[in-house]
Design a protein around this ligand. Structure first.
Ligand code: S3P
Length: 176
């Protein structure tokens, strides 16, 4: 079915590690599908009037995760959209089951080396990485990714590789 004729009936949740391109690809996909795009971190920031980094600093990771779940659940009342989640969203509470029940989940599987390359320059905005030197960053990302993969693999579809025509075709086919 062509992109123009594809009508979304459920959310499409993009999941994956920090730096896997959820926000960038999500925005592109929503444009192609002519549907709304939501970035969960931005929704939390707008709703709370505060940055993710400040929320972590004030309420700790546990406080952030509670907000993250609450704002995720609010998406149930929105028209079908492409949603970029945070890297940890699928790994807390029953968020992964909830997303699989509410819509279609797509895991953007990204090689460790590429994540490292992208995240090296983006530590400040990401509280889980801030303050780590290069050696620690590499170890931390590797072990966090290993712990999280079990959740990411529960996605309905896994996407790998470059954003070729084929990539977009498969991604659009995943839309329900
Ligand atoms: C987090 C990822 C971030 C943000 C928060 C925690 C994580 O989102 O939700 O800093 O636990 O991996 P991105 O994946 O968009 O960086």
């Amino acid at each position: 079915m062509s992109v123009e004729r594809k009508v979304m009936t459920r959310h499409l949740f993009l999941i994956g590690f920090m730096g896997s391109g959820k926000s960038y690809l999500g925005e592109q996909l929503a444009k192609r599908l002519r549907c709304p795009f939501f970035d969960l971190d931005r929704i939390i920031e707008e709703g709370e009037g505060n940055t993710v980094a400040n929320i972590f600093a004030a309420s700790g990771e546990a406080g952030f995760r509670l907000l993250e779940r609450a704002y995720l659940h609010k998406l149930a009342y929105q028209t079908p959209a492409v949603v970029a989640t945070g890297g940890g969203t699928p790994c807390f509470f029953d968020n992964m089951d909830w997303m699989n029940a509410q819509g279609v989940t797509v895991y953007l599987e990204t090689p460790l080396a590429l994540l490292l390359e992208r995240l090296r320059g983006q530590r400040a905005a990401r509280p889980l990485l801030a303050g780590l030197d290069d050696a620690k960053l590499s170890d931390h990302i590797e072990s966090l990714l290993a712990k999280r993969t079990i959740y990411y693999k529960q996605a309905k579809t896994t996407m790998k590789g470059e954003t070729s025509d084929d990539f977009w075709r498969v991604l659009i086919e995943a839309v329900e």
